[in-house]
Design a protein. Structure first.
Length: 390
């Protein structure tokens, strides 16, 4: 054990962002990441809006970014819209390239962890690794204190025979057939003849039919007139969408002495399922507290998690409106109405910083769902009781 050393269990988005921030400190700790798979950071594209992070945070986050755009657009059955807001993406490759040779950071793959303690990790082969602070950064795990819907997606990054003609991200093309709830296509143009196409669905279940999604993506490309020369890579995922959350129970049943962050700590945007803005906030928090021991950090992260859960109650209410008040074929109407609102309101929503005035504006006017069904979604406790009974 070296002074102020850190062991992170899990090498995903949150671990990578925290490592990037801690290594930028004047006196950075030595960091060891332990990843169960053979590929750190998986196979992902993590995107965010310019307003999701502060300029101060962007200064240290910037080396991780691979792609940048000055605008983005959405497409719905009744209107199209361009949002004059920057958009950026971090990829598995850009994360790995930025961190792989950093002094003070070691990434071990194929490592199976049996036990986490505040100052040590025990591997399944009996090896014990000691540290000043152990952090649990493993992926999402279902918990009875969370009632969920899901955002399921499959993405193909393709190389086209000719230029595809898309010069900025299309974050939602909801003009496609509405399947499995709310469905949209997400487009990220990486080069004139390379583009990521993701078929995304806000679904009641977490099942992912990879072959069916991939066929739908190929049909979409064909309809756009794009001939696929080759598939560069594939990615897929299931993101949790929080409908109800008993944060007090969740944190009472989470390991009290080992700091937990990321999806495992339910630190994600309840409506989008994205967690990069939260990862940046938590990295800033930990950097401001550093050096700090694991037990003290666990307590501080628990306080932060409870505070964020209270702040995010409005998003969970909107999610209940989307999943419970709106019938599956009506969900597109909810999102179509949302994107008619002002650019600043949309930006604050994605950043997880919706104001009271924003909330009122979102609720004003004729609701796109049944008022009676909407009234039944006001309280989140009944959903947790339903889950417990099931």
């Amino acid at each position: 054990m070296t002074k102020h050393s850190v062991v992170m269990v899990g090498a995903g988005l949150h671990a990578g962002i925290l490592a990037q921030r801690l290594l930028a400190l004047p006196d950075p700790p030595r960091i060891t990441m332990l990843e169960a798979s053979m590929k750190p950071f998986g196979e992902h594209t993590w995107s965010f809006h310019g307003a999701d992070v502060t300029p101060e945070d962007m200064a240290w986050l910037d080396p991780l970014v691979q792609h940048r755009w000055l605008r983005q657009s959405v497409m719905f059955p009744k209107f199209n819209r361009t949002l004059n807001a920057t958009y950026q993406s971090i990829t598995t490759e850009s994360m790995h390239d930025a961190l792989k040779d950093r002094e003070g950071l070691e990434i071990r793959t194929g490592v199976k962890v049996a036990k986490l303690e505040p100052t040590a990790v025990t591997l399944t082969d009996g090896t014990r690794i000691e540290a000043h602070c152990v952090i649990d950064a493993r992926g999402f795990a279902k918990h009875p204190a969370l009632a969920l819907g899901y955002q399921v997606f499959v993405g193909l990054e393709i190389e086209t025979e000719e230029d595809h003609g898309i010069d900025a991200p299309v974050i939602m093309d909801a003009t496609v057939d509405q399947l499995d709830g709310y469905r949209f296509i997400y487009l990220l143009p990486f080069a004139p003849n390379r583009i990521l196409i993701e078929d995304t669905r806000y679904s009641d279940g977490s099942g992912l039919r990879e072959k069916a999604f991939e066929a739908a993506i190929k049909d979409y490309a064909k309809a756009r007139g794009w001939s696929i020369r080759r598939i560069v890579r594939r990615e897929q995922g299931v993101l949790p969408i929080a409908l109800a959350f008993d944060a007090e129970r969740f944190w009472a049943e989470t390991e009290r002495d080992v700091p937990t962050l990321g999806m495992r700590a339910a630190l994600f945007h309840p409506t989008t399922g994205y967690s990069l803005p939260e990862a940046v906030r938590v990295a800033r928090l930990i950097a401001d507290l550093w050096p700090i021991d694991g037990v003290s950090l666990a307590a501080r992260l628990r306080e932060y998690g409870l505070e964020r859960a209270r702040q995010q109650s409005f998003y969970r209410f909107l999610n209940r409106m989307l999943f419970k008040a709106a019938r599956p074929h009506e969900r597109v109407n909810v999102l179509q109405r949302f994107y008619r609102l002002s650019d600043p309101l949309v930006a604050r929503f994605y950043a997880g910083e919706t104001t009271r005035a924003d909330a009122m504006r979102l609720l004003v006017g004729k609701p796109p769902v049944s008022v009676w069904r909407a009234m039944r979604c006001l309280r989140e406790r009944p959903l947790l009781h339903e889950k417990a009974a099931a």
